[in-house]
Design a binder for this molecule. Structure first.
Ligand code: ATP
Length: 922
C-alpha cells in the first residue's frame, strides 16, 4: 500500500484509533486548545515534535488503490471483444476442436495478463506523480519558521497559512488576517468561508466551525496561524475520505474513442465472419469447418491488443514528461498537449529567471545606477550620491528593506535568498548601501502588514521606531504614486514626470516599484487597506532587471517552428513586458503590449480579435486571463495557460491544459492544473508538448502496425474459404486456424509494444499541431492498413500456392506438401511483420535516417519472435500441436525475399507522402 501526503483525496482510512479527533476543539478558546495540547503559540521544540511524531505517526493518509486487483482484472475481461473470443473458444471446444479452443483461450489469457500488467503499471505511475509535487507547510519549531513536508506535522505544531495554501492538517486558528477558506472538498460549499477565531457551540456543523481550518481545504485569501489538533486519519478528511469517489483516471478521450471504434469493428467482423461461414457452407464445407473458419476469422481480425497498446503509450508519455519536469495530473492532458496551438505563459520566473537585480534608482534628487548582478551584495552606486541625495537614497532603500519579507544569507561561498526575488533584490540593493536587513528590522520593529497580493499590486507595513508609528508602502508605480502628495524635500509630486521616469526604466526591460512612507498622526497597532490609501511621501523608484531565461528563448523558437503561438501574460508594467517580450522574440519592435484595463473595456467580439492579434499582455489581472482563454478557445485554439496564484485557478481550469508552477505556485493553482512544472520553466512546457506529440505519433505507428496484420490474416482466410478447392472433402487452407492464432498471439504482442518506446520523429516540432478531433483512424492509417494488409495476404497466399504445387509436382504427398506450404505461409507472414515493423518505426522517414538501432526494444521484440518462430518450425511438439513442418534453407530464403517486398513498397509510400504538403494524420 503506497502512502501519499494528505493532499490525496482518493484515500481509504484504516481502522486507526481516533480518540483525540472527537474533542470539540472548535468550542474551546485558542488558549484552552494550546493548553490541552501541551503547546504554546511559538510552537513545539524539535525534540517534543519528534516524540509526538513517534506517538501519532506521520501526517499521511494511507492510500487505498483506486481499484482492487479483481476490479482491474474484471475490467480487462469485461469487454465485448473478449466475450466474442471466449464464446468462440467455448464453441470450438464443444465442436470437438479442443486445441483450437485452447489457443483462443491462450489469446484471451495473454491479453488479459498484458492488459492487467500495463494498466496496473500505468496506475502506479500516475499515483507516483502526486508525490513528485512537493507539499510543504510553514511550521514554527524551536521558535523559528521552517518549511517542512506536511507529513512531518504532529498535533501541537503551530502552522502558518497564507493565501493559496492547502491546509496541511486540522487546525484550531490562533490568529488570522482576513482569512477565507474554500471548504468545498469537505462540505461541498463552493463559496469560501470567512473565518474568525471565536469559539462556537460544540454541536456546530463542520461548515459553521469558524475557528477551525480543516486539512485538505484551500486558503483562498488572507493569512493565519493555527495549532494542529489532528493529523492523518484523525482529520475530518481522513474520516470521510472513504466516501469520496475515485476518478477513473485511466480514461481519456482517446481511449474512449478507441473503445467505441473497437465495438464497431467487432460487430463488423462478426458480420463478415457469419457471411464467410455461410459461403463456406454453400461451398459444401462441413458445419464444424465453417464454424471454425468463422471463429478463426473473428480472432484474427479483432485487434485485441489495442487497449493495452494505448494505455502503455500514454503511461510511457506520462513518465517521460515527468522526467522532463512536467508532471501530469490529469491523463487526458497527455493527448491534448499534442494538439496545443497557443501557450499563454506568465513572465516572471517562467519566461524569465526570477533573479531580480536592482539596476536603477530614482529619487527627487535624480537618477542613480546600481552596478552588479545577481544576489552578491557587492556593488556600487553611480554617480555616488552625496548630501541630501544620499539621505534620500538611504531612506528609499531602508523603506524597501523594511517593507519586505525576504532575507539574504551566506551559504558557503555564495549568497542565498529566502523569499520573493523582487523583495530580495531590494535587500541586496540595501546591502550595497550598507543597510543590513537584520539590523534595520531589529531597530524598526514591524507591528503589522498587508501582504503583497497580485490584485492589490502593493504591500504595506506598519512599524514603530523612536519617532513613533510609520507606514511603508511599495508596489506598482501606478498604484503607489497616486497615493503620494509630496517628495521627501517637501516639493509636490509631479505625477507626469515620475511616470516618465517609470516608462524610461520599463523600456529598458526593468520591473519598477515605487516606494513611499507616511507617519500617521496617532500611534497605530494594526494596518488595514484604507490606511495605505493616501497621504504618502514618495521616497522614490526602484528599477530591477530579471533577464529572460536562455532556455525560454530557445523554447519560444521551438514552439514557433512547431506552429504554436506563444503569448506572454504578465502582471508587470507594459513597458517592461514589451522589452522582455522583444528579447524573447514574441514581439516585433513595432508591436505593442495590450494592457489589462484595455482588455476590461473590450466587448467579447473585440477581445477575440485582440487576443488573436497581440502576443504580449501587461498589467493583467487573473480575471482577464479567464476571458483571454475563452476568447482564444472561441477562435478555435487549444490553449495551454500557466498560472501560480489563487485567482488563476478559474483560468487554469478553463484552459485545455492548465499549467501550474511546482516551486512558486500555490496549492490552489496546482489543484486546478492539468500539469505541474517542477522547475517553473517555460522550456518544460515546450518539452511536454514535444512528448505529447511523440505519444500520439507512436500510437499512430502502433495502429499502422497492428491493423494490417488483422486485415491480412482475415484476407488470407476469406480467400481460402471463398476460392480454394477442397481436397478429399477437406477445405484447403493456406493456414490452419491454430496457425492463424499463433501469429496473432505471438507477433502482435512481441512486436507492437516496442513501438510505444520509439524515439521522437525528427520533424516532431517542425510541423503544425494536430487538429483537435482529427480521427485516430485517419486516411493515413486506413490506407496503410489496406496496402500492407493486402500485400501481406498476397505474399502469404502466393507463396503457399507456389510451394504446395512445387512440392506436389516433385511427388511429395499432399499432407506433407500442405504442412510445408502452410508453415512457409506462416513464416512469411511473421517475417513480413518483422520487416513491416521496421517500416513503422517512423511515420515518414526511412529506417536509415532515424537510426537503425535507435530503439533497442524493437530488436528485442524481433529476437524473441524469431526464436519463437524457430521453435514453431522445428520443435517436434510444436509440429504436433500446430501441424507445422520443418523448413529448409531454400524455403526460408524465399520467405525472406517475399516478405522483404514490403520495405520498398512502404519506402515509396513514404517518399510520396513526404512530397505532399503535411497532413493532419501523420
Ligand atoms: P507574471 O504575471 O509575469 O508572473 P507577476 O506575477 O510577477 O508577473 P505580479 O507579481 O502580479 O506580476 O506583480 C505585479 C506588480 O506588482 C509588479 O509589476 C510590481 O510593480 C508589483 N510587485 C510585485 N511584487 C511585489 C512585492 N513583493 N511587493 C510590492 N509590489 C510588488
Amino acid at each position: 500500500m503506497a502512502v501519499t501526503p494528505l493532499d490525496e483525496l482518493d484515500s481509504i482510512p484504516t481502522n486507526a484509533p481516533r480518540a483525540a479527533a472527537d474533542t470539540a476543539w472548535h468550542a474551546q478558546t485558542p488558549d484552552a486548545v494550546l493548553a490541552a495540547l501541551g503547546t504554546v503559540r511559538q510552537g513545539l521544540s524539535t525534540s517534543d515534535a519528534k516524540a509526538r511524531r513517534e506517538r501519532y505517526g506521520p501526517n499521511l493518509l494511507a492510500q487505498g488503490k483506486a481499484d482492487t486487483a479483481w476490479a482491474l482484472l474484471w475490467r480487462q475481461v469485461n469487454n465485448p471483444l473478449i466475450w466474442v473470443l471466449l464464446a468462440s473458444a467455448a464453441l470450438a471446444i464443444v465442436l470437438g476442436k479442443p486445441l483450437d479452443g485452447s489457443v483462443v483461450l491462450g489469446v484471451v489469457v495473454l491479453n488479459t495478463i498484458i492488459g492487467y500488467i500495463q494498466e496496473y503499471r500505468a496506475g502506479q505511475a500516475i499515483q507516483a506523480l502526486s508525490a513528485m509535487v512537493p507539499n510543504n507547510a510553514i511550521v514554527l519549531r524551536d521558535g523559528g519558521k521552517h518549511a517542512l513536508p506536511a507529513a512531518e506535522l504532529v498535533p501541537g505544531d503551530v502552522v502558518m497559512l497564507a493565501s493559496g495554501d492547502k491546509v496541511p492538517a486540522d487546525l484550531r486558528l490562533l490568529e488570522h488576517k482576513s482569512l477565507r477558506i474554500d471548504e468545498a472538498a469537505l462540505t461541498g460549499e463552493s463559496v469560501p468561508t470567512e473565518k474568525h477565531i471565536a469559539a462556537v457551540a460544540p454541536d456546530a456543523s463542520l461548515g459553521d466551525r469558524l475557528g477551525m481550518a480543516y486539512g485538505g481545504t484551500l486558503v483562498s485569501y488572507g493569512t493565519a496561524t493555527g495549532v494542529v489538533v489532528a493529523t492523518a486519519l484523525q482529520t475530518e478528511l481522513g474520516r470521510i475520505s472513504s466516501m469520496l469517489d475515485t476518478a477513473d483516471e485511466l480514461q481519456t478521450p482517446l481511449t474512449r474513442s478507441m473503445a467505441s471504434v473497437g465495438k464497431t469493428l467487432t460487430v463488423a467482423i462478426l458480420i463478415v465472419a457469419a457471411v464467410m461461414a455461410a459461403i463456406g457452407l454453400l461451398r459444401g464445407y462441413q458445419f464444424i469447418d465453417a464454424a471454425l473458419a468463422a471463429i478463426t476469422l473473428a480472432v484474427a481480425a479483432i485487434p485485441e491488443g489495442l487497449p493495452a497498446i494505448i494505455t502503455i503509450a500514454l503511461a510511457i508519455g506520462v513518465r517521460r514528461m515527468a522526467r522532463r519536469r512536467a508532471v501530469i495530473r490529469k491523463l487526458p492532458a497527455v493527448e491534448t498537449l499534442g494538439s496545443t496551438t497557443v501557450i499563454c505563459s506568465d513572465k516572471t520566473g517562467t519566461l524569465t529567471r526570477n533573479e531580480m537585480t536592482v539596476q536603477a534608482l530614482w529619487t527627487c534628487h535624480g537618477n542613480i545606477d546600481v552596478s552588479g548582478i545577481g544576489y552578491e551584495p557587492e556593488g556600487t552606486l553611480s554617480p555616488t550620491p552625496t548630501g541630501a541625495a544620499s539621505d534620500a537614497v538611504h531612506e528609499l532603500l531602508l523603506a524597501g528593506t523594511l517593507c519586505n519579507d525576504a532575507t539574504l544569507g551566506k551559504v558557503g561561498e555564495h549568497w542565498k535568498i529566502t523569499g520573493d526575488p523582487t523583495e530580495a533584490a531590494l535587500v541586496v540593493a540595501g546591502h550595497k548601501l550598507g543597510i543590513s536587513e537584520t539590523d534595520a528590522r531589529r531597530r524598526v520593529a514591524r507591528i503589522d502588514a498587508i501582504p503583497f497580493e497580485s490584485e492589490l499590486q502593493y504591500m504595506a507595513t506598519l512599524h514603530r521606531d523612536d519617532r513613533g508609528s510609520v507606514i511603508y508602502l511599495k508596489g506598482a508605480p501606478e498604484v503607489v504614486i497616486g497615493r503620494c502628495g509630496v517628495n521627501p524635500d517637501g516639493s509636490p509630486v509631479t505625477k507626469v514626470l515620475v511616470l516618465e521616469q517609470v516608462d524610461a526604466m520599463a523600456s529598458r526591460g526593468m520591473r519598477v516599484l515605487a516606494v513611499a512612507g507616511r507617519r500617521p498622526e496617532a500611534s497605530m497597532t494594526a494596518i488595514h487597506e484604507p490606511d495605505a490609501g493616501a497621504g504618502f511621501t514618495l521616497l522614490g523608484l526602484v528599477g530591477m532587471i530579471d533577464p529572460p531565461r536562455g532556455e525560454a528563448i530557445e523554447a519560444v523558437k521551438t514552439c514557433h517552428a512547431a506552429g504554436i503561438i506563444v503569448k506572454m501574460i504578465t502582471g508587470d508594467h507594459a513597458g517592461t513586458a514589451q522589452a522582455i517580450g522583444t528579447q524573447l522574440g514574441l514581439l516585433a519592435a513595432s508591436d505593442r503590449a495590450v494592457i489589462g484595463s484595455e482588455l476590461a473595456a473590450m466587448s467579447d467580439e473585440q477581445l477575440r480579435t485582440a487576443a488573436t492579434k497581440a502576443n504580449v499582455f501587461a498589467r493583467v489581472a487573473p480575471e482577464h486571463k479567464l476571458r483571454l482563454v475563452k476568447a482564444l478557445q472561441a477562435e478555435g485554439h487549444i490553449v495551454a495557460m500557466t498560472g501560480d496564484g489563487v485567482n488563476d485557478a478559474p483560468a487554469l481550469k478553463q484552459a485545455n491544459i492548465g499549467v501550474a508552477m511546482g516551486i512558486t505556485g500555490t496549492a490552489v493553482s496546482k489543484e486546478a492544473a492539468d500539469i505541474v512544472l517542477t522547475d517553473d520553466n517555460f522550456a518544460s512546457i515546450a518539452a511536454a508538448v514535444e512528448e505529447g506529440r511523440r505519444v500520439y505519433d507512436n500510437l499512430i505507428k502502433s495502429l499502422a502496425f497492428v491493423l494490417p496484420t488483422n486485415l491480412g490474416l482475415a484476407l488470407i482466410l476469406i480467400t481460402a474459404v471463398v476460392f480454394f478447392p477442397k481436397i478429399d472433402g477437406m477445405p484447403m487452407l493456406p493456414m490452419e486456424p491454430v496457425q492463424t492464432l499463433w501469429i496473432n498471439l505471438v507477433a502482435t504482442v512481441a512486436l507492437a509494444l516496442p513501438l510505444a518506446f520509439e524515439a521522437m520523429e525528427p520533424n516532431v516540432m517542425r510541423r503544425p499541431p494536430r487538429k483537435p478531433g482529427a480521427p485516430v483512424l485517419g486516411r493515413f492509417v486506413l490506407t496503410r492498413t489496406l496496402v500492407a494488409g493486402v500485400l501481406m495476404a498476397t505474399g502469404g497466399v502466393g507463396l503457399f500456392l507456389y510451394e504446395y504445387h512445387h512440392e506436389t509436382g516433385q511427388g511429395v504427398s499432399h499432407a506433407v506438401a500442405l504442412a510445408e506450404a502452410q508453415t512457409m505461409a506462416v513464416t512469411t507472414v511473421i517475417l513480413f511483420q518483422i520487416f513491416y515493423l521496421l517500416n513503422c518505426r517512423s511515420l515518414k522517414d526511412s529506417l536509415l535516417k532515424i537510426g537503425l538501432f535507435s530503439n533497442p526494444s524493437v530488436y528485442m521484440g524481433i529476437g524473441a519472435l524469431l526464436l519463437l518462430q524457430l521453435v514453431f518450425v522445428y520443435a517436434p511438439f510444436m509440429n504436433g500441436l500446430f501441424g507445422s513442418h520443418a523448413l529448409n534453407l531454400d524455403a526460408w530464403t524465399k520467405s525472406v525475399l517475399v516478405a522483404a517486398v514490403i520495405l520498398p513498397v512502404i519506402g515509396i509510400e513514404k517518399w510520396h507522402r513526404n512530397r505532399q504538403p503535411s497532413t493532419d494524420d501523420a
